[in-house]
Design a protein around this ligand. Structure first.
Ligand code: ATP
Length: 326
């Protein structure tokens, strides 16, 4: 009821009467009043005027189940939100709940992660109050071999979702980092539980730097936040909702075609490496090449100095610019 009341307040430009809310939710006036008091405690500025009702004057960048649910407007992506003030990692929680039967589309969101993870066991910084840490759980009915493509579907969703809210030009560093002005604002980590021929569940974790102004020494040169690049504080809930809306749209497109063929143009429009020289950090040996774009299954097509082409599979590989991170 709290999320629904919040949604109604947000959607209405005028007052909503207490009686209207009582009738709508079939509850007492006291119950409605209690929800308003809770919301005020969380930082929402709500005006209550006798004979008129309630009106939302301002909402802060709070993260809560009600806030996120009140903003998400999708059929299934993020319709169910599990929220933590602090947790080890939203991917860890999503996997645990996946084992217990959590449904397709459930979104796990934390204000802070104490053990955020990147690819290949690397760590991800996700401080309290300023960043987004979220993981969506999926139960696809396609073959496990297709799951790595979901990382690119999410990268596109984050890149587009941010542009839906802010006047910025997001780029994607293949396969799954989102960059703004050549610095990383988002990392994505996809993990799954499978049998030989079917997927039990996939979890896609997304960490977005939103309102941080400072970063630890080790990542200061390569990391940035939406606030640092736009000069303005951004409401995390709005970004989460925009990314979920895009993800639902692109996931459905992906499952319809079974590959990235219809998303490829949109992905490449954001691809920072496209038509640039890159350094492919392959565990079998690093090499330089010219990146042309991606193929229908999300591999990076590169041209080597001798003119031959190669499709690079993301698995164990990282890509850098010739002179730096991109
Ligand atoms: P690449 O493929 O470029 O090597 P990656 O995409 O595999 O990188 P991830 O696993 O997504 O990297 O992220 C982990 C790395 O990101 C860490 O090793 C660290 O350098 C960096 N990092 C950690 N926290 C943040 C953050 N909040 N913002 C930007 N970068 C971060």
């Amino acid at each position: 009821m709290k999320a629904e009341i919040l949604r109604l307040l947000k959607e209405s430009s005028s007052y909503i009467s207490g009686q209207q809310l009582c009738d709508h939710f079939q509850v007492s006036r006291t119950a409605v009043w209690k929800v308003m008091e809770q919301l005020k405690k969380e930082g929402y500025i709500i005006e209550a005027v006798r004979n008129k009702g309630y009106r939302l004057l301002d909402s802060p960048d709070v993260m809560s189940k009600a806030e996120v649910e009140s903003l998400i407007d999708t059929e299934w992506a993020g319709r169910d939100v599990v929220y933590y003030d602090v947790t080890d990692s939203t991917n860890i929680q999503a996997k645990a709940e996946g084992e217990k039967g959590a449904t397709h589309g459930t979104l796990f969101v934390a204000d802070r992660q104490s053990a955020g993870k990147g690819r290949r066991g690397r760590s991800w910084e996700s401080p309290s109050g300023d960043s987004i840490s979220m993981t969506i759980l999926l139960r696809p009915d396609f073959a496990p071999t297709k799951a790595p493509m979901l990382t690119l579907v999410m990268a596109l969703s984050v890149a587009e979702g941010i542009c839906d809210i802010l006047p910025v030009e997001t780029k994607i560093k293949w396969p799954n980092d989102i960059v703004l002005n050549n610095k990383k604002i988002c990392g994505i980590l996809t993990e799954m539980s499978t049998e030989i021929d079917y997927i039990n569940y996939v979890v896609i974790g997304v960490g977005i730097n939103v309102n941080q102004e400072h970063f630890p020494e080790e990542i200061r040169d390569t990391a940035t936040s939406l606030k640092n690049e736009t000069g303005k504080s951004v409401k995390r809930g709005e970004i989460i909702a925009a990314v979920m809306a895009r993800f639902e749209q692109y996931y459905e497109e992906f499952t319809r075609t079974g590959n990235l063929s219809t998303l490829r143009d949109a992905y490449e429009a954001h691809l920072v490496n496209k038509d640039r020289n890159v350094r492919v950090l392959d565990p079998a040996g690093a090499y330089e090449a010219h990146a042309k774009g991606i193929n229908d299954t999300g591999e990076l097509i590169v041209k080597l100095a001798d003119g031959t082409e190669r499709d690079v599979y993301a698995g164990e590989v990282s890509v850098r610019g010739i002179y730096g991170y991109v």
